[in-house]
Each structure stands twice: as C-alpha cells, then as structure tokens.
Design a protein around this ligand. Structure first.
Ligand SMILES: [Fe+2]
Length: 206
C-alpha cells in the first residue's frame, strides 16, 4: 500500500482574543474529520483503481472523486487557517508584504478593508489572500465550501474560515464582522510574512 495517510496536526491556540477555546475544540474535531475522510476516500479510490474499476459512468466512482476536492480542501485550508492564528497576534506585516499590498491594493489599509468585505460575503466558505507565484500579484478570493473558486497554483498567504461553525458559539449569525475583527487581532504575521517569501508556501510539516 503506497498511499499517503495524513495525520491530523496539533495546534496550540488556547487563549485567542474573541475566539473561544470551546469553538477551537469543536473546530479541531471538524478538521480531524476532514483528515479522516481524505484518507478514507483516497483509499477507496485507490482500491477501485487497482481493480480497474475507475469509470466516469459509475456513479459510485464519480461521487468518490467529486468528494475528494471537498475533503482535501477542508483538511488543507484548516491547516493554513490554524497555522496563521496565534493568541493576541504576533509580529506585523513586514516590508515585503506591505510593498506587495501597496502594489496590489493601494496599501495595507485598503487590503484589510477588502479582505474584511470578502469575509462578510454571504454564504459559507473562506476568505483567502492569494499570491500568483508567476507575477507576485496579490488578490483576495472567496472560496465557497472548500473547493469552489480556488485559483490553481496560487499560494495561500492568509486564510480565514468564514463558515458559521468558526464563530457561531461566540457570536450571532449576524455578527460575522466581529469574528473577522477577532481573527485579524489574532493573525500571526510572522507566518504570513514567511509564506509570501517561501516559493512553495508549503504548510508546516506535521
Ligand atoms: Fe472550519
């Protein structure tokens, strides 16, 4: 068996401003579910492929494959999200990211307003600051669910979960703005700055 089996990562995030430990506990267990289902789907698809059972006309094979983007996306984006959080925030946007934001958004403040606006969009998903590695252009994106709207090959620089589970224990459904403010207070800029410079922008190893 040559399949990669992912292991859930551990994140020590207790004491965030405005995002309770109770929310984090629930959120970690949702994340672990994505890791489990990514492994399960990968295994099932591998077995079908081994048995020459891959067929786009087979609804079972098609549905397993369709779900792969959802489960992988859920696993990977949660890892980026938890990694770019730290209690009360850490560091500041450095010179390189400020320059990139000046060029792409007309400044840090403009970027933050735009990122907040993307986070407040209706529907569940993610607000993500991406960099196009080919041009270094930055852009904010709304990713519906975990997979719809991902610009292939772009590097995630800052990832914010705006599914309701990310804030509903702490805020009312109409208070997503307050959660976004809390998220920005807890942003680990040291991680964000490093992602911008890392050519691969790999997630931290487990
Ligand atoms: Fe989430």
């Amino acid at each position: 068996m040559a399949q990669t089996s992912y292991k859930p990562k551990e994140f020590k995030l207790s004491g965030l401003n405005g995002i309770s430990d109770q929310t984090l506990e629930m959120h970690f267990s949702l994340y672990q579910g994505y890791v489990k289902n990514t492994n399960l789907l990968t295994e099932m698809i591998f077995e079908l492929t081994q048995k020459k059972g891959a067929s786009g006309k087979d609804p079972a094979y098609a549905e397993l494959t369709r779900r792969l983007g959802f489960e992988y996306g859920g696993m990977v984006l949660h890892e980026y999200y938890f990694e770019n959080l730290v209690a009360k925030g850490k560091g500041d946007p450095d010179k390189e990211i400020k320059q990139a934001m000046e060029k792409s958004f007309g400044g840090l403040e403009n970027w933050q307003e735009a990122f907040t606006a993307v986070g407040e969009m209706r529907g569940v998903g993610w607000a993500i600051l991406y960099q196009d590695p080919a041009t270094q252009q930055l852009s904010n994106h709304f990713i519906a669910l975990h997979q719809d709207g991902v610009p292939s090959g772009f590097k995630p620089i800052l990832v914010m979960d705006v599914w309701e589970h990310a804030f509903m224990l702490d805020y009312k459904p109409s208070e997503r703005g307050k959660y976004i403010e809390a998220f920005l207070v807890n942003t680990n800029w040291e991680v964000v700055n490093a992602r911008l410079k890392n050519p691969a922008a790999a997630r931290a190893a487990a």
